[in-house]
Design a protein around this ligand. Structure first.
Ligand SMILES: *[C@@H]1O[C@H](CO)[C@@H](O)[C@H](O)[C@H]1NC(C)=O
Ligand SMILES: *[C@@H]1O[C@H](CO)[C@@H](O)[C@H](O)[C@H]1NC(C)=O
Ligand SMILES: *[C@@H]1O[C@H](CO)[C@@H](O)[C@H](O)[C@H]1NC(C)=O
Ligand SMILES: *[C@@H]1O[C@H](CO)[C@@H](O)[C@H](O)[C@H]1NC(C)=O
Ligand SMILES: *[C@@H]1O[C@H](CO)[C@@H](O)[C@H](O)[C@H]1NC(C)=O
Ligand SMILES: *[C@@H]1O[C@H](CO)[C@@H](O)[C@H](O)[C@H]1NC(C)=O
Ligand SMILES: *[C@@H]1O[C@H](CO)[C@@H](O)[C@H](O)[C@H]1NC(C)=O
Ligand SMILES: *[C@@H]1O[C@H](CO)[C@@H](O)[C@H](O)[C@H]1NC(C)=O
Length: 394
C-alpha cells in the first residue's frame, strides 16, 4: 500500500471527523455554540447543559436532524436560532425557570414539542410559525397565547396548567389525529379551532369558551369538565364517540343541531344551569344515556336506538318521563331503564350526585402521555480508532 494512498485515507478520515463535529453536540457556553455555527445541518442532538448560563444564540444552523434538549438549565435566559427552519426530532425544554425568550423566526417543522416548567416564558417569537409537529405538550409555562404554533396537523396536543394562557387560536388545524386536551389552565382560556373538521378525542377542562364551528366528526370522546361557558355550539357535528358534560357550572345551552350518532355513552351531570336540552337530529346512542340534574325539558326528537342503559333523573317538577317511557316500551331503549322526575337528589347511573349542591364531583382522567421517539444515536467513530485502523494497515 502506497504512502500516498494512506495520506489520502487519512485526509478522508479527518474530513469524516470534521463532519462528526456537526453531530451530537453538548454545549455549556456560547463559545461551544459558536463552534457549531458552520454546521448548516447538525446531524444529531443539540443538548444544552444544566450549567449553561445567560443567552444562547445558535447562528448559522439551518437544520437539526435530531432534537434540541435541555433539562434543569435554570440559568438559560434566552435561546435564539435566527436561521433554523427544522428540528427533526424532539424540542424538549424542561425546568428552564428563567427563560424569557424563545426566538425561532424561521422554524416551521418540529418532530415533537415538549415544554414543561418554563414559568417566565410569556410568548413565542416564532415569526414564520410552526405548521408541522407530531405530538405537542405544553405545561406549566407563562405563555399567554400560543401564537407561532400554527399547526395544520398534530398528533397528541396537550395543554395543561399554563395559568396565564388566555387565548389559543389554531386557525390552520384541520385534522387532529390523536388526543387534544386542555386542563388546569386559567379559567379565562378561550379556544378557537375555526377549521378543525375531524378529530379523535377532545377533552376540555377549566376553559371559558370553545369555538369549533367546522367540527364534523370525532372518532373518540368529546368531553367537557368544569368549564365556564354558557353555550356550547357545534353546528356541523354529526358524530362522536363518548359525549360528556360534567360540572359545567354556567352551561345553559347545548346546541348540536346536526348530531346524529353518539358511538358511545352520553353523560350529562351537575350542569346546574342547564334547563333545556334539545338534540333534534339525534338518532343513535351506542352506549348508555345518563342524564342527571336540574333540567326541565329534554327533546330527543328522532331517537331510534339506544343500545345501552338509560338513566334520567331531574329535580325539576315540570320534567316529564312520559316520552321516555314510551321509547322504552317501543324498544328504542334496549338496556335497563330508569327515569325520575321531581326527585330531590338525582344521581348518575353509578350513584354519584347529579347536581353540584350535593358533594362528590368527579373529574376526567386526563392522560397527558405524550410519547416521544428517542433520536437514533449515531455512533461516533473517534480519530483514535481511525489511526488504529491505519496502523493495522501498515
Ligand atoms: C466552554 O465550555 C467548554 C466545555 O464545554 C470549556 O472547555 C470552555 O473552556 C468553555 N469556554 C468558556 C469561554 O467558558
Ligand atoms: C444558576 O445560577 C445561580 C447563581 O449563580 C447558581 O447558584 C445556580 O447553581 C445556577 N444553576 C444551575 C442549574 O447551574
Ligand atoms: C385525518 O388524518 C388521518 C390520519 O392521517 C387520516 O386517516 C384522515 O383521512 C384525515 N381526515 C381528513 C378529513 O383529512
Ligand atoms: C358546515 O357544513 C356545511 C355542509 O357540509 C358546509 O357547507 C359548511 O361550510 C360547514 N361550516 C363550517 C363553518 O365549516
Ligand atoms: C378516547 O375516547 C374513547 C371513547 O370514545 C375512550 O375509550 C378512550 O379512553 C379515549 N382515549 C383517551 C386517550 O382519552
Ligand atoms: C378545573 O376543573 C375541575 C373540575 O372539573 C376542578 O376540580 C379544578 O379545581 C379546576 N382546576 C383549576 C386549575 O381551575
Ligand atoms: C342556544 O345556542 C344556539 C347557538 O348559539 C342558538 O342558536 C340558540 O338560540 C340558543 N338557544 C337558547 C335557548 O338560548
Ligand atoms: C312549570 O310549568 C308551569 C306552567 O308552564 C309554570 O307556571 C311553572 O313556573 C313551572 N315550574 C317551574 C319550577 O319552572
Amino acid at each position: 500500500m502506497s504512502l500516498k494512498y494512506l495520506l489520502t485515507a487519512l485526509a478522508a478520515s479527518q474530513l469524516a471527523f470534521a463532519d462528526d463535529s456537526c453531530g451530537d453536540t453538548t454545549i455549556e457556553n456560547q463559545s461551544d455554540a459558536d463552534g457549531i455555527n458552520s454546521c448548516t445541518t447538525l446531524k444529531g442532538d443539540l443538548t444544552i447543559k444544566k450549567t449553561y448560563s445567560g443567552d444562547l444564540s445558535l447562528s448559522g444552523i439551518e437544520e437539526i436532524t435530531g432534537g434540541i434538549i435541555s433539562s434543569g438549565a435554570a440559568n438559560v435566559s434566552s435561546i435564539t436560532a435566527p436561521t433554523l427552519t427544522s428540528i427533526g426530532n424532539k424540542f424538549d425544554l424542561e425546568g428552564l425557570t428563567t427563560l424569557t425568550l424563545l426566538s425561532f423566526p424561521k422554524l416551521t417543522s418540529v418532530g415533537s414539542i415538549n415544554w414543561e416548567a418554563l414559568p417566565k416564558l410569556q410568548s413565542l417569537n416564532f415569526d414564520t410559525g410552526v405548521t408541522k409537529a407530531g405530538d405537542v405538550s405544553i405545561s406549566n409555562t407563562g405563555l399567554t397565547d400560543l401564537n407561532g404554533i400554527q399547526l395544520k396537523t398534530v398528533g397528541t396536543f396537550s395543554i395543561q396548567n399554563n395559568r396565564d394562557l388566555k387565548t389559543i387560536n389554531i386557525n390552520n388545524l384541520q385534522n387532529a389525529t390523536d388526543l387534544i386536551s386542555f386542563s388546569g389552565n386559567y379559567d379565562t382560556l378561550e379556544i378557537d379551532l375555526p377549521n378543525l373538521g375531524t378529530g379523535t378525542n377532545m377533552t376540555f377542562q377549566n376553559i371559558s369558551s370553545v369555538s369549533v364551528p367546522s367540527l364534523e366528526k370525532l372518532t373518540g370522546q368529546l368531553g367537557f369538565w368544569g368549564t365556564k361557558f354558557e353555550t356550547f355550539s357545534a353546528p356541523n357535528l354529526t358524530q362522536t364517540g363518548d359525549l360528556v358534560f360534567k360540572d359545567n357550572s354556567k352551561l345553559s345551552n347545548i346546541s348540536m343541531p346536526n348530531l346524529k350518532t353518539v358511538n358511545g355513552g352520553f353523560t350529562i351531570a351537575r350542569d346546574d344551569k342547564l334547563s333545556t336540552i334539545s338534540l333534534s337530529s339525534l338518532e343513535t346512542v351506542k352506549g348508555a344515556i345518563d342524564f342527571s340534574g336540574t333540567f326541565d325539558k329534554i327533546s330527543l326528537g328522532k331517537l331510534k336506538d339506544v343500545e345501552g342503559s338509560f338513566n334520567m333523573q331531574s329535580t325539576h317538577g315540570n320534567f316529564s318521563c312520559d316520552s321516555f317511557k314510551q321509547l322504552k316500551s317501543e324498544d328504542v331503549i334496549k338496556g335497563s331503564f330508569k327515569c325520575e322526575a321531581d326527585t330531590k337528589s338525582p344521581t348518575t347511573a353509578n350513584g354519584k350526585s347529579g347536581t353540584s349542591s350535593s358533594s362528590s364531583s368527579s373529574s376526567s382522567s386526563t392522560s397527558s402521555g405524550a410519547a416521544f421517539m428517542t433520536g437514533a444515536n449515531v455512533p461516533v467513530v473517534g480519530l483514535a480508532a481511525i489511526f488504529g485502523a491505519l496502523a493495522q494497515l501498515l
